[in-house]
Ligand binder design. Sequence first.
Ligand code: CA
Length: 366
Amino acid sequence: MQRRDFLKGASAGLAASAAVALQGCSKKEMADATSALPTVHWRLASSFPKSLDTIYGAAEVLVKRLDKITGGKFQIRAYAGGEIVPGLQVMDAVQQGTVECGHSASYYYVGKNMAYAFDTAVPFGLSARQQNAWMYYGGGLELTRELFKANNIVNFPGGNTGVQMGGWFRKEIKSLADLQGLKMRIPGIGGQIMAKLGAVPQTLAGGDIYPSLERGAIDAAEWVGPYDDEKLGFAKIAQHYYYPGWWEGGPQLSFYVNIDKWNALPEAYKQAFEAAAAEANVNMLAAYDHKNPIALKHLQAAGVQLHAFPQDVMAAAEKAAFELYEAEAAKNEAFRKIYTQWKPYRDAEIQWFKLAEASYNNFIEK
Ligand code: CA
């Protein structure tokens, strides 16, 4: 198509009707409709530093795909955490319209309402695949969107790390008794559960973890998994690497869009955004599943010792987690509404995965 054809039809009045016209129209009509779409410039605030390249990278996947789909007309510029918005204030910035959209982890905002954790992960919750099932088919998207609507935000799944590792310990953990008084960098609900088990949880930003662990201000630290953990160099100062990260069985990242900005988009751009977000969601998990085994080999070659958490630790943590959810559901209506739908969904997913998936894995993983 000629450049002048783009310009000819580019009046704002045509934009709203353009997307409607996409259905059942000829190639010529479709081209005219697309050419009528406006140029849109948005800013995206990420909660994440560029050094967490796989998580931060979801924003890049989104903006590049939108640029390609719309022939450069829907432009989003991504900013790393702290560049234009502090990493933990992305939800507020999108709510207020300071930026049109963001990329974050909703469990950062459990201080506003613990129910936000369901949009990321709760301890002993869903795996990445189960989270996708719940979000896309199981009512999760509707339930979390209802929660976000009060904050003037529409949310989209925007990546998943898969089950994380349980972190780096200076000394071996042989039983629950070894957690008593142990100072561990573990934020969020996982930290609350660790506290119930007798540990002393700490919240430290990524850059502060290594020096704290090195000088012994903390005894243990969790971060993500082999790929991201290797870059922080924990293997040099804490050789015991535990699994699984039971507090993050399939943590989902999310894109947030300000509702007013969303409603002002032409339908074609909404469709493009939804498709690009879904691509970023799948892409992150694939990237981690590719990168983690390679990094794990490096760590093992460096002498890292892998350990499963003792069964008494796992069992006590699971019990404490569901006690915490029941207590929260009793006093928090938003949490209760999601939890009462989510819990039986989770249990049914687990029964299904236990059958074909687990037996297949158990056989091939020898
Ligand atoms: Ca983590």
